[in-house]
Design a protein around this ligand. Structure first.
Ligand SMILES: Nc1nc2c(c(=O)[nH]1)N[C@H]1C(S)=C(S)[C@@H](COP(=O)(O)O)O[C@H]1N2
Ligand SMILES: [Mo]
Length: 262
C-alpha cells in the first residue's frame, strides 16, 4: 500500500523532531524524497505556468509547492543541527563550469562602476561596497560539486569571502530569517535562508579555478554554496537585503521548491 502524502509528511516531521542528529543515510533518504516532492511541485507548477508568471508574490505559489517548502524548512534545519559540511574534492577533479543561466546578466556591465548595495528589511539603503572592500575580507577557497536542477553537476573551485564575514559589518541585521539577492536591475532574484547564508561554505565569490570571475559566470561577485542547487546561487549580485519575510524568488515563482536544498 502506498503512503498518503499527509502520512509521509507526518512521518518525516516526526523523524526530524525525534532525532536531534539524523544519520547521513537518513539524510540522503530524506533529500531524495524531498527531491521527488520538488519534482511533483515542478509538474504542478508547469500546469499553471502562465498564470504563475503574472503573480510575483510567494503567497500565490500553488499549495503543493508551499507544503513542500514548509516541510523542507524543517528537514533543512535538522541537517544544520548535525553540523553538515558538503564534501570537497581534489584540485585535479576541478574544472571551469559550463555557463548556465543568463537571466539578469545578458548585457555586459562596467565592472569599475559596479558596487554592491546593502538594504535593511524596509528596503532602505544602509551600505554600498566596492569589490576591493569584499576582497579585503579573509579569502576562502573551496572545491565543491555544483549541482543544477536541470540534471548536471560539475566539480569546480571557488574563491571569495564568506557571507558571514560581510554580515559582521551589519550586526543589527544578523538574525533576519532570510537574505534576498538581486541582479542590478532586478531581473533575477533569489531568497536564501539564514542557516545557509551563515554557513562557512557559503561564499561571495570573485574567482573561479584561480582566475577572476568572467561576466558569464557572474562577475564581479556571485554567490556560491554547495548546500543549494544552482538556481539559488545568484550571479552578478547587485543588491543584498536582510529580511524576515521569504523574499521573492525567480524559480520558486515558476514552481520550483523554494529551499532547493541539497
Ligand atoms: N543572474 C543569474 N544567476 C544565475 C542564473 C541566472 O540565470 N541568472 N542561473 C542559475 C543557475 S540555474 C545555475 S546552474 C548557475 C550556473 O552558474 P554557471 O553559469 O557559473 O555555471 O547560476 C545560477 N545563477
Ligand atoms: Mo541550474
Amino acid at each position: 500500500m502506498t503512503e498518503s502524502s499527509e502520512d509521509r509528511e507526518a512521518r518525516l516531521r516526526a523523524e526530524v523532531e525525534d532525532a536531534p542528529a539524523i544519520s547521513a543515510d537518513t539524510y540522503r533518504g530524506i533529500s531524495r524524497r524531498s527531491f521527488l516532492t520538488a519534482g511533483a511541485a515542478v509538474a504542478g507548477g508547469m500546469l499553471g505556468f502562465y498564470g504563475l508568471q503574472k503573480r510575483p508574490e510567494i503567497d500565490n505559489i500553488p499549495d503543493i509547492t508551499r507544503r513542500a517548502h514548509q516541510l523542507n524548512e524543517r528537514i533543512w534545519s535538522a541537517t544544520f543541527r548535525e553540523g553538515h559540511l558538503a564534501p570537497t574534492f581534489a584540485p585535479s577533479e576541478s574544472s571551469i563550469l559550463r555557463v548556465n543561466g543568463r537571466i539578469g546578466i545578458r548585457s555586459e556591465i562596467d565592472l569599475d562602476s559596479w558596487s554592491l548595495e546593502v538594504q535593511a528589511p524596509d528596503g532602505s539603503l544602509i551600505g554600498t561596497h566596492t569589490l576591493a572592500e569584499i576582497q579585503a575580507l579573509p579569502k576562502h577557497e573551496m572545491i565543491i560539486e555544483h549541482k543544477c536542477v536541470e540534471g548536471w553537476s560539475q566539480i569546480t573551485t571557488w574563491a571569495g569571502a564568506r557571507f558571514s564575514d560581510l554580515q559582521s559589518w551589519y550586526p543589527e541585521h544578523a538574525d533576519t530569517a532570510y537574505i534576498a539577492m538581486e541582479t542590478p536591475g532586478g531581473d533575477y532574484y533569489v531568497g536564501n535562508d539564514r542557516a545557509t547564508m551563515d554557513h562557512p561554505q557559503t561564499l561571495l565569490v570573485y574567482e573561479m579555478v584561480g582566475e577572476p570571475l568572467d561576466q558569464e559566470h557572474g562577475a564581479p561577485l556571485r554567490l556560491a554554496t554547495p548546500l543549494k542547487y544552482g538556481i539559488k546561487q545568484l550571479k552578478r549580485i547587485g543588491v543584498i537585503r536582510f529580511t524576515d519575510e521569504p523574499p521573492a524568488d525567480y524559480w520558486a515563482e515558476r514552481g520550483y521548491d523554494y529551499y532547493a536544498a541539497l
